[in-house]
Design a protein around this ligand. Structure first.
Ligand code: BG6
Length: 550
């Protein structure tokens, strides 16, 4: 049974007409870089810093974060690649369609492809059109006209491409200029250096770095240093697209704009937390990347740890760009290190073997044959983490993620404890399920009496809030929100340097132990729920993973 959202959890008025979160006073829930009463614009703006490009003014202190007001140039390095074609272009189109791009805003793809503007527009039209022909044809054509392409060989000896980009950008120095690096992390440093040498890094420039940032703490620090030599920290936007997902943002609203949860949001009432990101997809064509990443670097170091932070963080004193990030860093710093023999006890890694009609990880189509590294890489990871602080002492946070799972499901499950004194037999503890995908929503599993005379029979029933049903609007893709935040200069939902490095500091010992171990990841057939070890990780304390479809 599912209780109708309108009769149950009433839909809070939090969605602004533009799809962003409307501000409450003095700064809105996740409204982002709103200037608060205690942080006057002048004071915030005076926090300037020196970079290779001089004093910057890249952060719009007074913006709502939802709709950039100025024309901008968005330069996407890796602009013809998978991320750009699958995510960025469709997201930008939707923003344009919703009227959130200024008329003169340009999108400039950079690649080594040697394409003309017309070639690139044709490619986007053929491969990345997010709506069928016949729908919004005029809008789509207008969007295509925003697109440009320049061929640049970053790291190569031929600098002529930078000249072409300079000519395209000449005369637009006063615009917001965003360099979006949708490319491997080792290109970040060289790109920033060359852009600076070409004189393209203006005071109004920002740079967006895609994850994973490095492959361990040392490489992340080196990249941060290289990028930091050109851009100030406040101009650097490290993206984790999970932070742009509606449910993830709603988690903060749920926690900090409602009173009823806070008193029970601690170890007195919560037994444990599960964070799951399960995907049905495998890694066809991605072995080159995935062999060197694995589930831990690809998903846990960033997406899952960010979710953990949002569940575990203390209430920030304000909704501004630093307060939320300050609280997240404290959580990462409170994670109990998992080292030495504990790695075997508290972590599980697996790799998918062949399943029904699906090849094993090693047999996935790839441009090169599998190597010893391929045999050792994990496509599944589960970890029992602990946040060592007053609120969470003794509460396990179970994290798991895997490719080729039976169904696509990302969710956070907060499992409450048993009632202190049970008078009804058959009562099971409450669960709060925050479903990120598919079907974004929030479900609170309550015990209810089954109708009927005679003995009282109990059944857990969900009190459900479906975002799609309640708000009757398209749920925007995470990249839409985040791209608009970058263009508006709002870094609240982006990772700060200390956050990324704290996450690596916790992950590093696990990676080192895995890489130094003779054991291989535990195989699991594609299409099943992961290796047996993951079930044992919870079974040891009498717990089970939440598998229920709500
Ligand atoms: C990316 C990972 O960051 O996130 C991919 O590199 C993964 O391996 C993807 O498939 C999952 O994102 P989403 O939004 O589809 O859950």
């Amino acid at each position: 049974m599912s209780v109708s959202p309108r009769n149950s959890l009433s839909a809070p008025e939090i969605v602004a007409p533009d799809g962003g979160l409307a501000p409450s006073t003095p700064s809105g829930p996740l409204g982002g870089a709103t200037t608060t009463a205690s942080e006057p614009a002048s004071e915030a703006a005076s926090e300037t810093a020196r970079t290779a490009s001089g004093t910057f003014s890249a952060v719009d202190e007074s913006g709502t974060g939802a709709t950039p007001r100025h024309a901008a140039d968005l330069i996407v390095f890796g602009g013809t690649g998978d991320l750009s074609m699958r995510k960025l272009i469709p997201a930008l189109y939707h923003c344009d369609r919703d009227g959130r791009l200024a008329d003169e805003t340009r999108i400039i793809a950079m690649s080594r492809g040697g394409l003309t503007d017309a070639d690139f527009r044709g490619k986007v039209d053929a491969e990345a059109r997010p709506v069928p022909e016949g729908e919004d044809d005029e809008g789509w054509q207008r969007f295509l006209r925003r697109l440009h392409h320049v061929s640049v060989d970053v790291g190569g000896s031929d600098r002529s491409g930078w000249g072409a980009l300079s000519r395209l950008l000449a005369g637009y120095e006063d615009r917001d200029r965003v360099f979006y690096l949708a490319s491997p992390p080792m290109t970040f440093g060289p790109f920033c250096r060359e852009a600076h040498e070409a004189g393209l890094v203006t005071p109004r420039s920002r740079v967006v770095l895609e994850k994973p940032l490095g492959r361990d703490l040392a490489s992340a620090q080196a990249i941060n240093d290289e990028v930091g030599a050109i851009f100030d920290e406040r101009q650097i936007f490290r993206i984790d697209h999970y932070l742009g997902k509606e449910t993830v943002q709603n988690l903060l609203v749920l926690r900090f704009a409602n009173a009823f949860l806070e008193p029970v949001w601690n170890s007195l009432w919560i037994d444990h937390v599960q964070i799951t990101v399960a995907e049905t997809v495998g890694t066809p064509g991605r072995r080159g990347y995935y062999d060197h990443a694995g589930a831990l670097r690809d998903m846990v170091q960033n997406h899952l740890l960010q979710l953990l932070c949002l569940v575990a963080m203390e209430p920030p004193s304000r909704n501004d760009r630093e307060s939320i990030r300050d609280e997240k860093v404290k959580v990462l710093q409170s994670l109990r290190p998992i080292v030495g023999s504990e790695v075997d006890r508290f972590t599980v890694r697996g790799q998918y073997a062949a399943g029904d009609d699906v090849p094993s990880y090693l047999d996935e189509p790839a441009s090169t044959p599998p190597t010893e590294i391929s045999r050792r890489v994990e496509t599944y990871a589960a970890i029992r983490a602990e946040v060592k602080n007053w609120r969470w002492a003794g509460v396990p946070f179970y994290l798991r993620t895997g490719k080729r799972m039976p169904s696509r499901r990302s969710e956070i499950v907060v499992q409450f404890k048993d009632v202190p004194h049970a008078i009804f037999p058959g009562a099971t503890p409450n669960r709060l399920v925050l479903r990120l995908q598919p079907s974004e929503g929030i479900h609170l599993l309550l015990m209810a009496k089954e109708p009927g005379a005679g003995e009282v029979a109990l059944r857990p029933v969900p009190l459900s809030l479906s975002f799609a049903e309640t708000f009757q609007s398209r749920v925007p893709d995470a990249y839409e929100r985040l791209l608009m935040d970058v263009l508006a200069g709002n870094p609240t939902l982006f990772m700060r340097r200390d956050e990324v490095e704290a996450a690596w500091r916790w992950i590093d010992p696990i990676i080192e132990t895995w890489e130094g171990s003779a054991a291989l990841p535990e195989p699991y057939p594609a299409g099943t729920a992961g290796p047996a070890g993951a079930r044992e990780l919870l079974a040891r304390s009498g717990r089970t993973w939440h598998e229920e479809d709500l």
